[in-house]
Structures are given as C-alpha cells and as structure tokens.
Ligand binder design. Structure first.
Ligand code: COA
Length: 173
C-alpha cells in the first residue's frame, strides 16, 4: 500500500500525464482521446488524479449520464475510464480513486453512479448488479458487468430505464 498518495482534482497541467496514464494502462490511446473529448464537451465531469511523490500514477473520470425512460430523464454519473500505471497497480491506488470519486460525486449532489466493469471489483465499493434494479445499459454488454450504486438512499427505488452515457462513449463501444 502506497502511503504518500494524494488524491486531488485534475488540473490543466495534468492533462498530458493523464493521457499517458490511460494509454499505458489500456495499451491504446482510445480512452485517452475519449477523456480529452469529454473535457471539451462541457458536460459535468469529476476528474481526479492520484499523485505519488510528485508523480501522477492514476486517474479516474466520472461523467454525466442519464437513466432514460418513456417519461423521465434522470441525471446520474458514470465512472469511466479509470487507470493506474501498470507498475503501480495492485497497491490500492485504484480503490482510493474510486472511494474519493464517489465521495466527490456525493458532495456535488449526484445521487447515483453507474459503472461498466469487472463484477468482482466494483461491488466492494457498494455497486450492485443493475439487474437487481430495473435498470439496464444502452450498450449491448453482459448484464453482470453493468453495475449501479445509489449515493442517496432510495433514489433508484421505483426507477426503471436505460442508462445512456454521453454519445462520445459510442466511439468506444
Ligand atoms: C482497474 C485498475 C484501475 C485498478 O487499479 P489498481 O490500483 O490496480 O486497483 P487496486 O489495487 O485498488 O485493486 C486491485 C484489484 O483490481 C483488480 N483488477 C485489476 N485489473 C482489473 C480490471 N481491468 N478490472 C477489474 N478489476 C481489476 C485486481 O484483480 C485486484 O483485485 P483484488 O483486490 O481482489 O486482488 C488498474 O488495474 C488498471 O488501470 N487497469 C487497466 C485499465 C482498466 O481496465 N481500467 C478499468 C476499466 S475503466
């Protein structure tokens, strides 16, 4: 466990390091380019970095998404992408980014967060399979990888619909 880790809001001076972190973690520039485009899109974002001894080693992004039903459009946040430099993985840096990010979403009054990811990883933070609720993902993904978490208790009670990420995510799908 790395002790000298600071989690903080991303600044403009971090953009190139964040680009590199995403490239190295994912082995492609697709997520890096998506992050760049989302910053320019103007939608609500929460973007945090983890800094270890003055070096950026991780990044997490939350962006505005919506649960769409016939007669409603409910704002939530979506966690994606998140990345830790390969040589720093497995030291809980990713977990700290998720926890700080969820706290920040809560402080900013977002009521729920969705994630598409590993079903063994995200439940430890409170995410549950969306199939437990009447909520699905607009992308054609296995249902167990799509999870959602209430930040405000009861917020998703009686909510049914499909989560739509910002259309820029379609380029990744
Ligand atoms: C996913 C990732 C951010 C986790 O960061 P990390 O600092 O290694 O995370 P932690 O140390 O807090 O947790 C490690 C756990 O993550 C799991 N993990 C590693 N890669 C994973 C992945 N792609 N998806 C889900 N879980 C993963 C490990 O199995 C480990 O589980 P354990 O605690 O049960 O042993 C990092 O592995 C990474 O950058 N992966 C490549 C990019 C990626 O797949 N991002 C997620 C999708 S957006």
């Amino acid at each position: 466990m790395s002790k000298n880790i600071i989690i903080r809001t991303e600044r403009e001076a971090d953009f190139s390091a964040v680009y590199e972190i995403n490239c190295k973690a994912f082995g492609t520039s697709e997520e890096s380019l998506l992050v760049d485009k989302l910053r320019k899109s103007g939608i609500p974002l929460i973007s945090l970095v983890s800094e270890l001894d003055d070096k950026l080693v991780g990044h997490i992004l939350f962006s505005q998404a919506h649960i769409i039903s016939e007669n409603s459009r409910i704002e939530i946040m979506a966690l994606a992408p998140m990345a830790v430099l390969p040589e720093y993985q497995g030291q809980s840096i990713g977990s700290r980014l998720v926890k700080h990010g969820l706290d920040r979403c809560n402080q900013n009054d977002f009521k729920a967060v969705a994630v598409l990811g590993h079903p063994e990883y995200y439940p430890r933070f409170g995410f549950e399979p969306s199939r437990n609720l009447n909520i699905s993902c607009s992308y054609d993904v296995p249902e167990e990888v799509f999870m959602i978490m209430e930040l405000k208790r009861g917020f998703l009670k009686n909510v049914a619909g499909q989560v739509e990420y910002h259309k820029l995510f379609n380029e990744l799908a």
